[in-house]
Write a protein that binds this ligand. Structure first.
Ligand SMILES: Cc1cc2nc3c(=O)[nH]c(=O)nc-3n(C[C@H](O)[C@H](O)[C@H](O)COP(=O)(O)OP(=O)(O)OC[C@H]3O[C@@H](n4cnc5c(N)ncnc54)[C@H](O)[C@@H]3O)c2cc1C
Length: 567
């Protein structure tokens, strides 16, 4: 070991403290393992949310961003959640450069809790159809696990996280363990009934989300309280009413006495020991002073967020693994996929003018996918989930058509206006070899680590799916009595979905995949990759619940392996 380096040894190391890393920490600490969490960003203890209780008039810019701020951060600024009250939880563009071989808006949160502080908290299980899709429809590689493998782990994390919603009884969107649901408003219920009348296979439900509508003993034990429906969630919730690593998994893990968290700890690479044919630990650069440290452990969980996990593994070279740790197949960084959000529809609903809704709601109406679910029934692959919400017009002032000044603003504020509906798609993209990330050969970040080159794009299948949604969505809204229906493709680049996955995919065959059915690298069994990087395909559901369930399942496996002396 070189001069100036310190040696520290733990049972397990977890890289990253976001949604998946928090779960790894909790499960490993609960099992009695001395666990080190390495987090590149600053600490954000639960409750240290500086804007959480501020009013709009407390902000110099009234919660908008200045022209300078926007110009300096064009990537972050494209994210709807980035504004004056939340910007401290987003990576600033200039601080963490990467190479966009094709346009890619990489939205990141580098702090304790990662993006768990700023996520939209929508949580749906995968069904067996998502796991079976690659084999059935002939893309990617078959998943090495099925729904039945993950189902108990979904239940395990759901009870701890707290998911509000209904038991909808749908095969294509299996029921979660749920707390009381939020309610659809009158226009959403109207659309629900119209869809039900016309389509046997389409179901409008209230979105399931990670909010405590009725905290149970396990949530109170975490120190979390009931959701106040303030819908200021992206600022951090002082009640811990929505799930974040900061309010839930990390403090729980800390209470076991087994957790150590090191902040400003940028993991540069994972070290490989040829003698034992195992990873021995990680190399860390201090984000503040640039010093370097090595930490050692028997098991390593890679949870840096999908693309950063790819980066770390690609940068972990040795004579055994010259192309990156575990990369015997040469496929590390390949088959990146994401969610297609480009289709949007605005419409007006004439009627219900005597009706309103009470308070705010942290979720929307959802329709589970209805294309290619039970059989391939479209001329494109896979499907999309639909989300929509209805509100009195003017509620979304960010939309150009809703911006008002002077007299027209005053008169609009005096009354609620008519109903407006906003509908959007969340489509599955097909993992492809060409969609990949790799290390730059010429550019490094401020810590001397190679920058990530991102080369990811849409294809003809995605374009066909957008057109299908725009037609189907507009038809359903028209049938429900909406008028002035305006479908549009917002043309966004990949990345802004913030659901990127793949690059270290699971599979049974080491020649075509990187991780096995337990999320271990095939070629280096004491390294587990359990964030989005491990995903073989991406489904159409919001993904984080699946990352959590996979992580808890893999952590349980690692504990068994450690007990058995396997590493
Ligand atoms: C606005 C927004 C809305 C979203 N809405 C939803 C939603 O409704 N439902 C859903 O399922 N998902 C949603 N997501 C996505 C969700 O946030 C991610 O899927 C989830 O956070 C991924 O968890 P993770 O643990 O992989 O990564 P993260 O939560 O991003 O955590 C990764 C952590 O690793 C750290 N890290 C990175 N590199 C290193 C390194 N080299 N060394 C040390 N530490 C490192 C980071 O600082 C970070 O703390 C949303 C995201 C955003 C931003």
């Amino acid at each position: 070991m070189g001069r100036g380096k310190q040696q520290q040894t733990y049972d397990a190391i977890v890289i990253g403290s976001g949604i998946s890393g928090g779960w790894a920490a909790k499960e490993l600490c609960d099992a009695g393992l001395k666990t080190l969490v390495l987090e590149r960003g600053r600490d954000v203890p639960h409750g240290a949310y500086p804007t959480a209780t501020m009013n709009p008039w407390d902000f110099p810019m009234r919660d908008q961003l200045s022209a300078e701020e926007k110009a300096a951060n064009p990537i972050a600024d494209r994210c709807y959640a980035y504004n004056e009250s939340t910007k401290h939880f987003f990576v600033r563009d200039a601080d963490h450069p990467y190479v966009q071989e094709k346009p890619f808006d990489w939205i990141r949160g580098y702090q304790t809790g990662g993006k768990s502080l700023i996520w939209a908290r929508q949580t749906q299980r995968w069904s067996r159809f998502e796991f079976e899709a690659p084999k059935r429809d002939g893309f990617a590689v078959p998943w090495p696990i099925g729904y039945e493998d993950l189902a108990p782990w979904y239940g395990h994390v759901e009870k701890f996280v707290g998911i509000s919603g209904n038991k909808d009884g749908l095969e294509q969107l299996p029921d979660s363990e749920v707390l009381p649901p939020w309610e659809l408003n009158c226009v959403e219920k109207h659309i629900q009934s119209q869809v039900r009348e016309r389509y046997a296979d389409r179901h409008v439900i209230i979105g399931r989300c990670a909010h405590l509508t009725e905290p149970q003993a396990i949530h109170l034990e975490q120190g979390r309280g009931k959701c106040q429906a303030r819908h200021l969630c992206y600022r951090g919730c002082p009640y811990g009413a929505y799930f974040s690593s900061n309010s839930s998994t990390l403090p729980w893990a800390a209470r076991t006495g087994n957790l150590t968290v090191k902040n400003h700890a940028v993991v540069e690479s994972i070290m490989y020991d040829e003698h034992s044919a195992r990873a021995s630990g990680v190399r860390v650069i201090d984000a503040e002073d640039g010093s370097s440290t090595e930490y050692f452990s028997k098991a390593i969980f890679v949870n840096a967020g999908a693309l950063n996990s790819n980066l770390i593994l690609l940068n972990s070279t040795s004579s055994r693994f010259p192309q990156g740790l575990g990369n015997d197949s040469g496929l590390l960084g390949r088959y990146i996929a994401f969610h297609n959000y480009r289709g949007n529809i605005l419409a007006d609903y004439p009627g219900f003018e005597d009706r309103y809704y009470k308070g705010r709601r942290p979720t929307t109406a959802f329709m589970p996918s209805f294309k290619n679910v039970f059989r391939r029934d479209s001329d494109f692959d896979r499907g999309y989930m639909v989300a929509f919400s209805a509100a009195r017009r003017g509620w979304n002032r960010a939309l150009p058509e809703n911006v008002r000044f002077g007299e027209s603003l005053k008169s609009e504020l005096a009354g609620p206006g008519g109903w407006q509906v906003f509908m959007m798609m969340q489509g599955e993209t097909i993992p492809k070899y060409e969609n990949h990330v790799r290390l730059s050969e010429t550019k490094v970040d401020p810590w001397g680590i190679p920058q990530l080159v991102i080369s990811v794009d849409y294809d003809d299948n995605d374009e066909a799916m957008i057109q299908d949604f725009l037609v189907e969505g507009a038809t359903m809204l028209e049938q429900a009595g909406c008028v002035n229906i305006r479908p549009y493709d917002d043309g966004r680049a990949p990345g802004l979905d913030i659901h990127q996955m793949g690059g270290v995919r699971m599979g049974s065959d080491p020649k075509t995949s990187l991780c096995n059915r337990w999320n271990q690298l095939h070629a280096c069994k004491n390294v587990y990759v359990t964030d989005g990087a491990c995903m073989t395909s991406v489904g159409n559901q919001n993904p984080s619940l699946t990352f959590m369930a996979l992580t808890a399942r893999a952590a349980d496996h690692a504990v068994q392996q450690l007990k058995a002396g396997a590493f």
